[in-house]
Design a protein around this ligand. Structure first.
Ligand code: 0RA
Length: 634
């Protein structure tokens, strides 16, 4: 007892020291991890993961195991060298210093490219300070060593355990509920950061285990695999061009592949941290791309007039690319607070040169693919020039014809867009009924007849010539293409109303594609909706009920004792009269609308590409799989 209490006493003195060291972290956690919400919570786990990733980048670890445990703790284990456990000159083990000293800077083994540094690189000690408890187990020098901490304070020195031959580090920690507003792990966030890291570090294998079991993330091809993944649902125009180079204080890898679509997907990373706002490395990438394209265009005799008109945007139509630069932690510069935009000036020239030379070589060695890419780019240029002319014509036409609004539009009286609704309705007859059922004060009606143009792969020049889309663009009032101005949008509720059948779903999808591609902000702001007309009318005696799906119909029947019911299945909007349409689908007091959101832009993009692209078998498979949700959940 006496010796135990003596030990406790001796640790109390040190406890105070440790506490003093980590006190600022517990006092102002936000200063170290940004926030104490879910975002801050997840910084803890990425910090620990990135320490293992550093060990992999230094070529000492090949596998990382992450588990989310039933008690809310998380474990990160690697097969690296193991954190050194030998005593530092201060008499404390290197392991304990790592876990208790703020910015135990430079760490020990020093790999040049600490992945996390400069961004979240706060060190394991911060995670330790913000954990109810943390346990670290090191396998090294032929033994297991274990040390436990509470809120950053060691319970004892590292304890030597059983003899074994392997090496590695395993950290388990329980985030402190007193610090965080939530301590629930979000698997998607963790999975995404693991997947990114697995893609960026070719050959590193991750395992993520939770109550649903283990999942492995391993991509032999590194960023080439990531580009292949991003393009997996698309028709590609070239092989993946891959180039890499190591400089003195910077290294870069780039993978590039064109597809036949119109979108641009360029992901950039600095030391495995995603830089969604780009920065100097991305600017360098664009410069290199434009120069290589221009030079090759000259070489194959594209006219001077076109070459001079090629814009950066044209070179990136259908471009999928991943750009990964590594810069030593202590010289990374990010712009301002957000830390999502790289600012190192040397990155620009370095990446520009790498991309230029890489593409020059690729074009030279693969003339038929190069020609295909150049054809696509020059087509984009020509279409852009044609669209500008056509768009000007559309706008002029609008200005010339009085109010300029399309003849088919039954507009509302309200002029404030905040209170105005536009119903885009399939078929003239349903639109006629809706005109009878609307409240003309604030509800406008625009009929759309049949299938509209598939805008997934149409250039703007074709779109503005397509009569019904032109009418829609003019009715919206916000312009089109590079002139979109949402301040001029005439309605803040745009409601697509189609029949509840296959054709109706198709038309709704085409319209959603149109908005997603040309007015993404309308979707982002939550202005786009689907109307949900009922599927059944159930008449029981004098009472009328509307059912919006099979279950509701059954419910109505059961709750009325399955009495004598007349059931009408609406095959289309046209079968309802104006009152019914108003009561079930249009009246804000009674209707249900499905708001179209962009939950996950990339996912949505993929769904649209699959639904609207040319890969018919793929589309069929998708529709069969998701038919039930296609209308509701996109
Ligand atoms: C410094 C030196 C050495 C290993 C590590 C750090 C190390 C740290 C972490 C953090 C998570 N996993 C880790 N694995 C290793 C070893 C130096 C040597 O053995 O020469």
């Amino acid at each position: 007892m006496a010796s135990l209490s003596a030990k406790t006493t001796s640790y109390t003195a040190k406890d105070i020291q440790v506490l003093e060291g980590l006190e600022p972290v517990r006092k102002r956690p936000g200063m170290f991890i940004g926030s104490t919400d879910s975002r801050g919570l997840h910084h803890l786990i990425t910090e620990i993961i990135d320490n293992s990733v550093d060990e992999a980048l230094a070529d000492h670890a090949t596998e990382i195991w992450v588990s989310l445990n039933p008690d809310g703790s998380a474990t990160v284990e690697d097969n690296g060298r193991g954190i050194p456990v030998d005593k530092h000159k201060s008499g404390v083990s290197a392991l304990e210093l790592t876990m208790t000293k703020l910015h135990a800077g430079g760490k020990f083994g020093d790999s040049a490219y600490k992945v996390s540094g400069g961004l979240h690189g706060v060190g394991a000690s911060v995670v330790n300070a913000l954990s109810e408890w943390l346990e670290v187990e090191v396998h090294r020098d032929g033994f297991a060593w274990v040390q436990r901490y509470k809120k950053g304070v060691p319970e004892s020195a590292p304890k030597k355990g059983e003899a074994l031959k392997d090496t590695g580090t395993k950290t388990t920690f329980l985030p402190d509920k007193a610090v965080f507003t939530t301590t629930d792990w979000n698997k998607k966030i963790i999975e995404d950061s693991i997947r990114n890291r697995a893609y960026l570090i070719a050959g590193l294998k991750f395992h993520l285990t939770d109550k649903e079991g283990p999942k492995t993330f391993y991509f032999e091809g590194g960023i080439k695999s990531l580009v292949a993944h991003l393009n997996s649902d698309r028709t590609t125009l070239s092989n993946i061009v891959y180039v890499s180079r190591e400089g003195n204080d910077i290294s870069a890898e780039v993978a590039i592949q064109y597809n036949d679509g119109m979108g641009e997907m360029v992901d950039s990373f600095v030391n495995v941290i995603k830089t969604p706002d780009g920065g100097t490395h991305l600017t360098g990438f664009r410069i290199g791309l434009t120069r290589a394209v221009n030079d090759y265009a000259k070489k194959i005799g594209v006219t001077k007039e076109i070459i001079e008109s090629i814009s950066g945007e044209d070179t990136r139509e259908g471009l999928t690319a991943v750009l990964f630069v590594k810069i030593p932690t202590n010289s990374i510069q990010f712009e301002s607070q957000t830390k999502t935009k790289l600012n190192n000036p040397e990155a620009q020239g370095f990446v520009a040169q790498l991309v230029k030379e890489g593409l020059d070589t690729y074009f030279e060695e693969n003339p038929s693919e190069a020609r295909r890419i150049l054809e696509k780019i020059t087509l984009a240029t020509k279409a852009r020039l044609a669209a500008r002319a056509a768009k000007d014509a559309v706008l002029r036409k609008g200005a010339l014809e009085g109010s300029g609004l399309p003849g088919k539009l039954a507009d509302c009286q309200e002029k404030n867009p905040v209170f105005s609704e536009l119903f885009i309705i399939e078929g003239d007859s349903a639109a006629g009924t809706a005109k009878g059922g609307r409240d003309r004060k604030f509800q406008a009606i625009l009929p759309i007849g049949g299938k509209i143009l598939n805008t997934e792969r149409a250039h703007l020049d074709k779109i503005v010539k397509f009569e019904e889309l032109k009418d829609l663009i003019i009715a919206l009032g916000a312009g089109i293409g590079d002139m979109v101005n949402l301040d001029k949008l005439r309605y803040h509720r745009i409601i697509i109303m189609t029949d509840a059948d296959v054709d109706g779903s198709h038309i709704a999808t085409l319209l959603m594609t149109f908005f997603y591609r040309h007015f993404p902000e309308i979707v982002q702001k939550g202005y786009l909706y689907l109307a949900l007309p009922p599927l059944y009318k159930v008449q029981l005696g004098k009472e009328i009920f509307y059912a919006y799906n099979e279950e509701e119909k059954q419910e109505i029947l059961t709750s009325h004792g399955n009495g004598k019911a007349t059931i009408q299945r609406y095959k289309g909007l046209g079968e309802m009269n104006a009152d019914q349409l108003r009561d079930t689908t249009m009246d804000p007091e009674k209707r249900t609308l499905k708001q179209i959101t962009i939950e996950d832009v990339e996912q949505t993009d993929r769904i649209f590409s699959t639904l609207m692209g040319e890969d018919v078998p793929q589309r069929k498979k998708f529709i069969q799989t998701y038919a039930k949700f296609a209308q509701l959940d996109i």
